[in-house]
Design a protein around this ligand. Structure first.
Ligand code: ADP
Ligand code: MG
Length: 609
């Protein structure tokens, strides 16, 4: 039998290698912009057509290439950045593997013009799936103008796997944001289908953050700065009171490179522990400068995973620096829900019949909407009866010790309504949770999540029925402005018609700022700006395929309007909420899949004791 092993032709090898480096149009953006930065450019424009499907073009004013270099640049393992393996440990450039251009030209049609500063004529090179089609001298501007057309044109399977334009574009925007943050001193422009999404002037990190994500961040940022022999860490974190459930911006960089680092991430999270609710997330932008010899960036072709020689020590320095900043700038030593910011003040009106136990000022503009107003709870009573029937003797037998224990757990509950062991009383645990008896033991409800689940189903129903008639909306006496920032502007444009359908009235004011003139009648209108921003964030995350079946508008409205554990719910509210929750089709989870309650069984209790 003849031998069966053969060497793959370069073009095939390059196509295979391309799979690692170039997964989607955003990867092309990353590689080309990093090359431009390495070439010393201080002005870079990125021009995208059809979310990168037809064109990713990067124009820079960097050093440019000679005709020979331009040709060589597209060979595999061709790089000007290292010449021996040892150089890997003194890297000052983004690239070094010499793979990106070879990979890109294997899976696309490349048209590049480049000229070195001082040369009188440049060169133009066209390559079609690794095959050089032409190279001619051409007059062009100093620098490099790289056009990558029809990505994956020769690998239909890969092309087919590209996501819809909004998803690919959202990936490109994320990549752009990362690149813009690590290179604040570079002027950057991003254009998609002839619309300028970003024009960022050269700046420092703080200004770049604000240019990218909006002015509202400015007052929330706290500087972190520490300089040791091992590492210099600088950047910004947000005040604990501005941490959010979602949409946190979390960025780590090392030596000008974006990185993922779960250990450092965890260290930062630990600094906020006890200061923010357990599932809130801090925004942070932290830049590490270390001796290039002390890290290994060559773990993965995308170079995002980085190994630190002194990981433990750096983790400690990071922890101390972040803690110090929080301590120095934030007055709150422990969480205090009464001092939450305006953003968090979307408290829920208490039913008129029940005395309000809390002094939180109520926003002036209020609708008649009251999520806790007793309404159709018939289903609940029935449901609960089936629980109580099956309930164990021990739970129902009125015994004094039990009663006094329960009373002491819920003072207020006792004050409002005498405890009856057979009733459906809920026992508040802090502000956020409440417990209720169940056949299996104890059901502990997360009140905010429960409220989100309830509101979501209400809003979903309201939005779908409203589509037939004109959507009911309430005009705002004082229209509010939301600065969504340039980054979210395209997302907002896509979302706007759907918001209009839901009863919003929004008008673009330019530069990423929108006026909110009206909101749907079914929501609390006290903080329309926050409402729109929450929906926008949910919408942006819903571009993610696994959450595509969610209605981001209903979810955003629910999250913005839901109870925030910033006051104690009254017994009537607790009962009403529990009953509404239990009458949902899927009471156990929020629409985005977080559990709304947990069970504490007899077994677990006996294990604990
Ligand atoms: P790497 O960046 O790892 O060196 P690439 O395949 O990305 O590998 O690029 C190969 C080489 O092409 C680079 O080392 C550099 O010399 C040259 N090059 C690429 N892009 C540019 C650019 N925009 N300006 C100048 N030179 C470039
Ligand atoms: Mg490169």
């Amino acid at each position: 039998m003849s031998d069966v092993i053969k060497l793959l032709p370069d073009s095939v090898a390059n196509q295979i290698a391309a799979g690692e480096v170039i997964q989607r149009p955003a990867s092309v953006v990353k590689e080309l912009v990093e090359n431009a930065v390495d070439a010393g450019a201080n002005e870079i424009s990125i021009i995208i057509k059809d979310a990168g499907r037809s064109l990713v073009q990067v124009v820079d004013n960097g050093c440019g290439m000679s005709a020979t270099d331009a040709r060589l640049a597209f060979e595999r393992h061709s790089t000007s950045k290292i010449s021996q393996a040892d150089d890997l440990f003194s890297l000052h450039t983004m690239g070094f593997r010499g793979e990106a251009l070879a990979s890109i030209c294997a899976v696309s049609q490349v048209d590049v013009r480049t000229m070195r500063h001082g040369d009188s004529v440049g060169t133009r090179l066209t390559i079609n799936g690794s095959k050089v089609e032409s190279q001619v001298p051409e007059a062009c501007a100093p620098g490099t103008n790289m056009m990558v057309k029809n990505l994956f044109f020769n690998i239909p399977a890969r092309r087919k796997f590209l996501k819809k334009d909004s998803v690919e574009m959202s990936n490109i925007i994320h990549e752009f944001e990362r690149l813009a943050l690590v290179n604040p001193e570079v002027e950057l422009t991003l254009i998609h289908n002839d619309i300028t999404l970003h024009r960022l002037p050269a700046a420092n990190l703080r200004q770049r953050i604000i240019d990218l994500f909006g002015k509202q961040l400015d007052s929330k940022l706290l500087p972190v700065e520490t300089d040791t022999d091992l590492v210099r860490i600088s950047g910004f974190i947000v005040r604990p009171e501005h941490c959010k459930k979602r949409g946190a911006l979390q960025y780590l960089f090392v030596n000008g490179r974006n990185m993922r680092h779960p250990v450092f991430h965890k260290a930062i999270m630990q600094c906020y522990e006890g200061l923010i609710p357990a599932d809130d997330l801090p925004t942070y932008f932290l830049d590490f400068t270390v001796d290039p010899a002390s890290i290994d960036v060559n773990i993965h072709p995308t170079k995002n995973e980085i190994k630190f020689e002194q990981e433990l020590a750096i983790r400690q320095i990071l922890f101390a620096a972040v803690k110090e900043t929080i301590g120095r700038f934030s007055a709150a030593p422990a969480i205090d829900f009464d001092t939450l910011t305006d953003r968090d003040r979307l408290d829920i009106p208490a039913p008129g019949s029940v005395k309000s136990d809390n002094a939180t000022p109520r926003p002036a503009s209020r609708t008649a909407y009251n999520p806790f107003a007793p309404s159709s709870t018939a289903g609940w009573e029935e449901l609960y009866r089936s629980f109580t029937n099956a309930r164990s003797e021990a739970m129902t037998a009125p015994s004094d010790p039990q009663q006094s224990l329960l009373n002491s757990l819920g003072d207020e509950l006792a004050a409002e309504q005498p405890f009856e062991p057979s009733s459906t009383a809920l026992i508040p645990i802090g502000l956020r949770y409440a417990a209720m008896a169940d056949t299996q033991g104890m059901r502990i409800i997360d009140l905010r999540r429960a409220h989100i689940a309830v509101l979501y189903s209400e809003f979903l129903a309201a939005l779908s029925t409203q589509n037939e008639n004109a959507p009911a909306s309430q005009r705002l006496i004082f229209p509010e402005q939301v600065d969504v920032g340039n980054a979210l502007e395209p997302v907002m444009q896509e979302l706007e018609p759907r918001l209009t359908q839901a009863g919003f009235d929004l008008a673009p004011l330019g530069g990423g700022v929108w006026a909110v003139n009206a909101v749907p009648a079914i929501v609390d209108s006290s903080n329309p700006g926050e409402l729109v921003r929450t929906i926008l964030e949910d919408f942006r995350t819903s571009l993610n395929p696994q959450s595509a079946q969610l209605n981001p508008i209903a979810l955003g409205m629910a999250r913005a309007a839901a109870f925030r554990a910033n006051r104690r719910m009254t017994q009537a509210e607790l009962q009403h909420l529990a009953s509404q929750l239990m009458s949902l089709q899927m009471p156990g989870f929020t629409p985005n899949g977080k559990p709304t309650f947990t069970m504490l069984s007899e077994n677990e209790i006996s294990r604990m004791l």
